[in-house]
Ligand binder design. Structure first.
Ligand SMILES: *[C@@H]1O[C@H](CO)[C@@H](O)[C@H](O)[C@H]1NC(C)=O
Ligand SMILES: *[C@@H]1O[C@H](CO)[C@@H](O)[C@H](O)[C@H]1NC(C)=O
Ligand SMILES: *[C@@H]1O[C@H](CO)[C@@H](O)[C@H](O)[C@H]1NC(C)=O
Ligand SMILES: *[C@@H]1O[C@H](CO)[C@@H](O)[C@H](O)[C@H]1NC(C)=O
Ligand SMILES: *[C@@H]1O[C@H](CO)[C@@H](O)[C@H](O)[C@H]1NC(C)=O
Ligand SMILES: *[C@@H]1O[C@H](CO)[C@@H](O)[C@H](O)[C@H]1NC(C)=O
Ligand SMILES: *[C@@H]1O[C@H](CO)[C@@H](O)[C@H](O)[C@H]1NC(C)=O
Ligand SMILES: *[C@@H]1O[C@H](CO)[C@@H](O)[C@H](O)[C@H]1NC(C)=O
Length: 700
């Protein structure tokens, strides 16, 4: 790769020359619903906080979640001797090139503490806010409401919901503050003053489920946790929720004089009822916070203004694309792009990397995966919105550096070994796959290189230097000198991207070898760019890394896996061999004939029903590199890569909905098709597609 020849371009966009009417296009894709979905909410949020609602604009009938970056909970530690503290845990020793290395895996001899470490902490659903309907509340079902209609205005981040109950119309606008964990409600109805329309607040206990969806938490066991209304005035209230050692507060403010009561018997339900004669409007702010102090938050009207400003600027800045609406496939792709842009800003733009299900529901106990970050966050850079990525990256690598240095040291390696399934403290959950997956190690190089190409700056170089250095040191010491072949091997034991091989016989997987080469290349260039010497050991490993494996003219998952194309078990997980040219930039180490033959083989024999969302963008990116324009678009619209009516990426047979790496991957692939890469001008759409775009930066 000739990184040194790249002239990085500034990814700024001069809006005075913008031609595309962005607002008009965005607004065409506003999700509209007339009944509650049983799988996905509509949401407002800000990347660190999101509030999911049913067709009433609140969580009235379906308890969709209120999730945040900070709301986590631990169950109490086991009380069995020898398993009652984290210090009691040790993993398993596996032979690794002639020595025993301890891996962070559940240990059958100490199952309780092993499980505790996997299941804790869990992300908690902060609470539920719904309409109550006066005396008859309990008997009002969604089917009792008539004239239901709900629109999410993507351009301002506003959900407007209307319905009729008791013959009267109710309208509510639901909006989130871009700057705090606050929801603003603006309700209009004659029922408010008649005491036939109020709000309820309710709180769940935490669940022990790995996947807790579509609703999060346990709602029927009030005795396991407690709430109290610590202060309640005529225009505000504060409710405290204690769940184990986690305590947080709901600060509610409202216009007019209202009464709040609760908790109702055997529950954590509170009722808020307006008590002002003749009023038909009601503005309410609901803030969730770990702090008991009322936030210096805005009132409902200023939240409306902030949300409008934030979203307008979100849509106006960075890249934008307009696909031909006369072609149905292009129109569907445009819908997926616009709704993905909205949903990723709400769910996947926080201080930590997002979980796969964002802030919609919980997967893997609410934790996030360090190998998924490129799919979740890489698109921000190519779409000229890297400030959203920089909320978490590289901060999370800086925060996790010392524990990652320790992780490598404990196994006898140099440098920093990044964890896998993580919570915000950086602790990685025990797991066979978790401890043996390696591709997450190279992601820092991927991000750093993307940012460098977006706009060369001394501060980018310095900011990333230590992270890349420690990462490269680990990668170099992990590569194992095989004296009989005279090359550096990766593994065994290890899991490749497709987590379905025997780790003890997995050696030199195609994707990981290509990624190691890319990463050590970037780390070396990073030194050169700063005028610093490249450590000799890095160059030595880079030059002598095993070549990409080839079997019968194709790239296999890993070296020696001769049976792979005939084995239904093998051709069913991530086809990451094709990531070597697509997700990764072109490289002289990749033979294009072999690459094309591999891609054809995948197209013929792979089990597409069993893929995970981001596999399709990965296949599309590979197809684009091969010049297969129609194929790339076909992959992005494959029937197994589906998005629901509101743009949520469907999980498929293997994971629940939503599965956001599919959305991030979609945007990354679109940026590559339209924006091109080094030496390629982009615009690689099928014949006859007239596409306009603005603001895509330099890709790789
Ligand atoms: C859960 O326990 C772990 C280990 O003691 C601790 O590091 C973490 O901060 C705790 N998290 C919460 C939310 O209590
Ligand atoms: C891999 O080898 C280790 C011993 O080094 C063994 O404990 C483990 O069970 C093996 N794993 C598999 C999946 O065969
Ligand atoms: C709500 O609908 C149910 C079933 O259709 C009906 O039995 C019930 O009386 C209705 N409730 C009210 C308050 O109208
Ligand atoms: C509530 O939790 C307790 C303690 O775990 C359990 O014994 C009880 O069965 C639960 N009740 C319900 C209704 O789930
Ligand atoms: C909400 O009520 C609290 C307590 O009275 C007050 O300190 C705060 O300023 C109020 N916030 C707004 C936005 O009205
Ligand atoms: C050296 O490489 C060969 C070919 O990849 C492999 O079969 C062999 O197991 C390696 N040697 C050791 C000791 O790992
Ligand atoms: C090699 O590829 C050819 C052509 O696709 C096929 O006929 C043959 O069975 C393959 N051999 C093996 C060992 O996979
Ligand atoms: C690429 O691989 C093909 C098929 O194995 C081979 O014929 C060709 O020489 C290779 N090309 C290069 C540039 O090595």
């Amino acid at each position: 790769m000739r990184f040194d020849l790249i002239l990085a371009t500034l990814a700024w966009l001069d809006l005075s020359h913008a031609k595309i009417d962005r607002q008009n296009i965005v607004s065409q894709y506003n999700p509209i619903r007339t009944f509650s979905s049983n799988s996905t909410p509509l949401q407002v949020g800000n990347g660190d906080f999101a509030f999911g609602v049913d067709v009433t604009g609140l969580q009235t009938f379906n308890p969709f979640a209120t999730l945040s970056s900070w709301g986590w909970h631990n169950f109490s530690l086991p009380v069995v001797t020898g398993q009652s503290s984290i210090a009691d845990f040790n993993g398993l020793n596996w032979w690794t090139h002639g020595r025993l290395v301890n891996y962070n895996q559940p240990n059958p001899a100490i199952p309780l503490i092993s499980n505790w470490l996997i299941q804790n902490p869990q992300r908690i659903n902060l609470g539920r806010v719904g309409f109550s309907f006066g005396e008859a509340s309990g008997s009002i079902l969604e089917s009792n409401l008539t004239g239901k209609t709900q629109t999410l205005d993507l351009y301002t981040g506003t959900i407007t919901s209307t319905f009729k109950v008791y013959g009267s119309k109710v309208t509510v606008k639901t909006i989130a503050d871009p700057d705090s964990d606050t929801v603003s409600l603006q309700i209009e109805s004659d029922l408010i003053a008649a005491a036939k329309l109020g709000l309820f607040f309710d709180y769940p206990y935490s669940d022990v489920l790995k996947f807790d969806y579509p609703f999060v938490g346990v709602w029927n066991n009030a005795s396991l946790h407690s709430t109290s209304m610590q202060q309640g005035g005529k225009s505000w209230a504060r409710i405290q929720h204690d769940i184990g050692t986690t305590t947080y507060y709901t600060h509610v403010n409202w216009t007019g004089q209202a009464l709040i009561n609760g908790p109702l018997p055997n529950s954590h339900r509170y009722l808020l009822q307006q008590n002002t004669l003749g009023t038909s409007t009601w503005d309410i702010t609901i803030n969730f916070s770990p702090s008991p102090l009322a936030p210096l938050s805005k009132d409902s009207k200023s939240i409306v203004q902030s949300s409008k400003r934030w979203w307008e600027s979100y849509w106006k800045t960075g890249a934008f694309i307009s696909l031909p609406s006369s072609i149905p496939a292009a129109k569907e792709l445009q819908r997926r792009i616009i709704t993905s842009q909205y949903l990723l800003a709400v769910n996947c733009a926080g201080k930590d990397p997002p979980q796969e299900s964002g802030l919609v529901n919980n997967g893997w106990y609410g934790k996030f995966h360090m190998e998924m970050v490129v799919w979740h966050l890489g698109h921000w850079v190519r779409w000229g919105k890297s400030s959203l990525m920089s909320r978490s990256i590289p901060g999370v690598y800086q925060r996790f550096l010392s524990s990652s240095l320790a992780r490598a040291r404990d196994q006898g390696y140099k440098g920093a070994k990044w964890g896998k399934m993580s919570d915000s403290t950086g602790r990685s959950a025990p797991g066979e796959i978790n401890s043996l997956l390696i591709w997450q190690q190279v992601h820092p190089m991927y991000f750093a290189e993307m940012l460098y190409r977006e706009g060369t700056s001394r501060s980018t170089l310095m900011r990333w230097d230590e992270i890349l250095t420690r990462t490269a040191e680990y990668m170099v010491s992990y590569a194992w000198w095989n004296s009989s072949t005279g090359v550096f091997d990766l593994g065994p034991p290890m899991y490749p991207v497709s987590e379905n091989t025997n780790p003890n016989s997995t050696i030199n997987p195609a994707f990981e070898l290509a990624y190691w080469r890319f990463g050590l290349g970037v780390a070396s260039l990073w030194k050169t760019r700063q005028g610093l010497p490249v450590p000799e050991a890095w160059t030595h490993v880079l030059k002598n890394l095993a070549p990409l494996p080839v079997i019968n003219g194709t790239y296999p998952i890993y070296e020696g896996l001769d049976s792979m194309w005939k084995d239904p078990v093998t051709v069913t997980d991530h086809p990451a061999m094709l990531g070597i040219s697509g997700l990764l930039p072109p490289s002289r180490h990749v033979n294009l004939t072999i690459l094309a033959d591999t891609a054809k083989r995948v197209g013929e024999v792979w089990n597409f029903k069993n893929l995970f969302g981001w596999d399709f963008p990965m296949l599309a990116m590979n197809a684009v590199r091969l010049g297969w324009r129609q194929k790339a678009v076909d992959y992005l619209l494959d029937q197994n890569f589906a998005f629901d009516d509101a743009g949520y990426p469907i999980g498929g047979p293997r994971v629940p909905t939503p599965y956001f790496p599919g959305s991030g991957g979609l945007l990354l692939a679109i940026a590559m098709i339209e924006g091109g890469w080094e030496g390629d001008e982009g615009g690689k759409w099928p014949e006859g597609w007239r596409v306009e775009s603005e603001g895509f930066g330099v890709g790789m």
